[in-house]
Design a protein around this ligand. Structure first.
Ligand SMILES: [Zn+2]
Length: 406
């Protein structure tokens, strides 16, 4: 596989959208009551039985070969089946909610396939609506080409949703000369992140912190802040990066709150991307934060090393220097506001920091496993203090960058 292909695969892919509009207010979720696979002389037919007509989009992923079908959020009420799921090239399937508003069916294939056709049949007799997907044998080269084509078309299309996307803001008008800061509240939806000893979820704490930081930044009049998620929804790591690039972000800040076995450990720390983790703790943390995508049932991690290397080789070095500079300002400003972890600026391979052209840092606000940190992070006044410190650090960063260009 060539470099470009890996790069492209790093993006989410969506191909076919065949659609009739959904009712504006779906009171009940559509119910998928069965998934059937049948072999025909010339094809394998996959049928999803459902009680409503739904939008769908299909894309292909290689290694292993997968056909991914996204639909608006549905209720899966499939019969328990013990039958063999190996039928022709179909090696099995999985399904579930992918994120708020989107459900996903993944068909595993043992050999390359092509989506010959995909359509919805209206009810007929005892039959409900049926989403029909016909697969025919293909070659590896053709599969890869189809997969790529789907990725290219993704630029123009977005996955079907019932609710509007929480995190796809339009680019800023050029008349607005404020700097754009993307604030990324870690985790969300099916992925709670770390859990505090009194049951607080990292995903909730960092969302609250992100909102406070947005207010603080925008109050200066110098910044426009864009959140990667505005609510409790799951967003893939790559999508978070894609948002930063889509809005042409000047900075990307990912907010997290860690949990660790040693309950005495506390304090804020700042991470920037590096191929080599600065220490074992940093590496372990990056590994656990990078698991977010796996939690949601898609795992492209086998493509990570290639993507990582390409991105770093291309543009990362310069961006990493800027990121490190910002991290330095954050450490200096936050020292005045709160307790920091020992060696507060650390390095590791966080997937969410891999935008090649947007300076990015990841702030671990503290440890939910520590009683004091856990309490403070749930205190709005404390979050305002943190936001004020981060805002000053960002001010100083841009002053420094502007001075360098004079
Ligand atoms: Zn986290």
């Amino acid at each position: 596989m060539d470099a470009l292909r890996f790069c492209l695969l790093a993006l989410a892919a969506v191909v076919t959208v065949i659609a009739t509009a959904l009712p504006a207010f779906a009171v009940d979720l559509p119910v998928v009551s069965n998934l059937r696979v049948g072999t025909h002389p010339d094809k394998v037919r996959i049928v999803l039985d459902m009680d409503q007509r739904v939008d769908f989009s299909i894309f292909l992923l290689p290694d292993p070969y997968r056909v991914v079908i996204d639909v608006p959020e549905v209720a899966f009420r499939l019969p328990e089946t013990t039958t063999d799921r190996t039928i022709g090239p179909v090696a099995g399937w999985r399904y579930g909610q992918f994120r708020a508003g989107t459900s996903r069916v993944v068909i595993d294939a043992s050999s390359p396939v092509q989506v010959k056709s995909a359509f919805v049949l209206p009810p007929s007799g005892a039959q409900q609506y049926r989403l029909v997907i016909d697969l025919v044998p293909s070659t590896r080269d053709a599969f890869l080409t189809d997969s790529d084509a789907s990725i290219k078309r993704h630029v123009a299309l977005s996955a079907p949703r019932i609710s509007p996307p929480p995190a796809a803001p339009a680019p800023l008008p050029t008349s607005d000369d404020r700097l754009t800061i993307v604030i990324d509240a870690g985790h969300g939806g099916v992925d709670p992140g770390a859990i505090g000893h009194e049951g607080a979820y990292e995903k909730d704490i960092v969302l609250a912190a992100a909102r406070t930081l947005k207010e603080s930044l925008e109050a200066t009049g110098r910044y426009k802040a864009v959140l990667t998620r505005e609510d409790d929804s799951f967003i893939r790591l790559r999508e978070r990066i894609a948002i930063a690039r889509r809005v042409d972000a000047d900075l990307f800040l990912s907010l997290h709150a860690d949990s660790i076995g040693d309950a005495s450990l506390r304090g804020l720390s700042v991470y920037t991307l590096s191929e080599n983790a600065s220490d074992k703790e940093a590496e372990a943390l990056a590994t656990s934060e990078n698991k977010a995508d796996i939690v949601a049932g898609i795992d492209l991690s086998h493509q990570e090393p290639e993507v990582t290397n390409i991105l770093i080789d291309l543009a990362q070095r310069r961006t990493m220097n800027y990121s490190a500079r910002l991290a330095g300002y954050v450490v200096r400003e936050m020292e005045r506001e709160t307790k920091l972890l020992g060696r507060p600026h650390r390095f590791a391979g966080f997937a969410v920091l891999k935008a090649p052209d947007v300076p990015s840092i990841l702030v671990e606000l503290g440890f939910l496993s520590n009683r004091e940190d856990n309490k403070r992070l749930q205190d709005p006044a404390y979050r305002r203090k943190v936001a004020a410190g981060l805002t000053r650090a960002i001010d100083r960063y841009f002053q420094g960058v502007q001075a360098a260009f004079r």
